[in-house]
Design a protein around this ligand. Sequence first.
Ligand code: HEC
Ligand code: HEC
Length: 336
Amino acid sequence: MKYASIAWTSVFVAGAAGAVAFGAIAHSLKPDVEITAHPKAQVEKVAASATPAPAPARKIDFTPSDRPIPDDDFGKVVAEGQRIFNDPAKYAKAYVGNELRCASCHLDQGRKPGSAPMWAAYLSYPAYRSKNHHVNTFAERLQGCFRFSMNGKAPPLGDPVLVALESYSYWLAQGAPLDPKIAGRGYTKIAKPAQTPDYHRGEAVYQARCALCHAADGSGQRARNGASAFPALWGDASFNWGAGMGSIKNAAAFIKGNMPLGQGCTLSDQEAWDVAMFIDSHDRPQDPRYTQSVEETRKQFHDSPQSMYGQSVNGGAPLGSRSTPNGGTLRAGGKL
Ligand code: HEC
Ligand code: HEC
């Protein structure tokens, strides 16, 4: 891990093409989809016409308002959930094993449509998940992100951390229709790549468009007080092999819509796929479902072209074979 050796201002000026400071970038993350005020009226009109027109494309008809969190006993827990979401290493320390924030991958504090926002997630559970073959409650879904994306431990059901995150998500979702197909849920889909994603093309995109913030070695950058400013994309401080972002398809969709930060949708689809493949071709903490054999773990949990786990890249050892157990380190000092 290293500390930023360049002044923050130069990072921003060069990195975000003259964009201002980080807060300004974060706050400019506005939905990039059209918002309609009266979607129901439109649907009714379509239904009533003699020759039904094709269903209109789904539009974002809900976005959480900027209203203040209520100043009461419920609001206190909502506010705690928001704090955890933005800084889990501080407010949910016991359950976190890396330097990421929930908001590292669920942008704008879990509000941004197309960035797996918490309001859409909240109203989409209970739901069956093929990842664990049963119906998951929302609380159980939250546990999953601690175990995999945060490379930590699942807080027990009923734990104040889960109650706070659930309260925050529910508060964001208030007023939304109870519809798991609500527009804005999940990461905005990306079209299949024209060419098979390629490590070397991805590396070129990474060096040109990402390394300035996430560092050439993917370890991210810290502010002077040690807080992670630009999160790690691989290595010990990043998500583990079981995380959703370890799927090339998920990473490509996230990257296309959101990265470089503040310049979402400026990469071509192919570039997003290539750079996702590059990132997901690096070692990271072990999959907590590890079965004592990389090959067997791949067979059980990673049997898909979207996962590089257990694959050899550029003649190296199979990915995952150098990863230590969950929460451990890949190498002394985190160097690979
Ligand atoms: C490394 C990136 C990353 C981090 C960090 C992360 N998540 Fe996620 N999260 C994802 C991805 C990717 C998905 C979608 C996974 C999938 O579709 O399999 C997801 C999905 C979710 C969902 C379900 C969304 C839906 O619509 O079904 C919830 C809820 C969630 N995350 C909560 C959290 C919380 C709370 C934290 C912090 C404790 C967190 N996440 C941290 C990447 C991340
Ligand atoms: C201007 C700085 C900047 C640039 C350039 C940038 N990112 Fe990011 N990236 C961030 C920040 C900051 C976050 C976390 C978002 C937050 O905390 O609000 C992030 C989050 C991520 C995440 C999810 C969190 C994690 O650690 O896995 C991925 C993946 C990612 N970026 C990939 C990329 C890729 C690929 C590129 C190049 C195409 C890129 N980023 C360019 C600043 C940047």
